[in-house]
Design a protein around this ligand. Sequence first.
Ligand SMILES: Nc1ncnc2c1ncn2[C@@H]1O[C@H](COP(=O)(O)OP(=O)(O)OP(=O)(O)O)[C@@H](O)[C@H]1O
Ligand SMILES: [Mg+2]
Length: 248
Amino acid sequence: MAHGAAIQLKGVSKRFDSGLQALGQVDFDLRAGEFVSIVGPSGCGKSTLLRIVAGLIASSTGECRRPADIETAFVFQEAALLPWRTVERNAQLLMELEGHKPEDYRARAAEALKLVGLAGFEKSYPHQLSGGMRMRLSLARALALRPDLLLLDEPLAAVDELTRDVLQEELSALWKQAGFTGVLVTHNVHEAVYLSDRVVVMSPRPGRILEVIDVPFAFPRAPELRATPEFAQLTGEVTAALRRKAIA
Ligand SMILES: Nc1ncnc2c1ncn2[C@@H]1O[C@H](COP(=O)(O)OP(=O)(O)OP(=O)(O)O)[C@@H](O)[C@H]1O
Ligand SMILES: [Mg+2]
């Protein structure tokens, strides 16, 4: 059982070697076990910020304080599966790379596949799956790590709207069950509100946090929540914040 990691970003900015300032100054405290979505215009530094939170790249200034021994899993926009491996072998991949024992990674991958609804497809290959199923496999591979911190970079961008709704509901249930801290980058304001405790709205590049909007709806969230006036009110607020010009 993961415990959810708390992360503190203090004065974090990022300037790439090319001289491009991707991120302005970002200060943010991610609480243990919460789910936060990041929305913002294309190129504003969302993926860069996620990579800093993951510890994959260093910030130029400030610091990202993360507990030393947390398990972090990253789900990329493209499912990035190995086509020559079966579903179960793909689901085992990250644990295998981390040096876990076969008896452990086999059991955990099987469990994760069941969680995302892919039981019965263990012996299939990625090309035999639908886009939504490939995405679930990518998610299962990350969940098999039992992450304390799960970082999702637009994982649902490529699936149709109906599948997307279903996957959002499944992701929300998984998050509740598994207890990880979640950070999701998305362009979809409805998705951000539906899944999150808080929504972070970023400015155009160099990205800074313009607003942090609390989402007060209790979990678990019913699919019908999306049709309520309160939900529409909140998505409207996030959209308005996105449209507001960044103040220099
Ligand atoms: N490794 C890199 N070297 C130089 N510049 C980079 C690098 N990675 C990203 N950038 C630049 O940093 C800026 C922010 O990129 P980033 O990928 O974080 O944006 P984003 O908000 O995720 O955009 P999108 O919504 O389109 O995915 C972009 O202008 C991009 O060109
Ligand atoms: Mg991105």
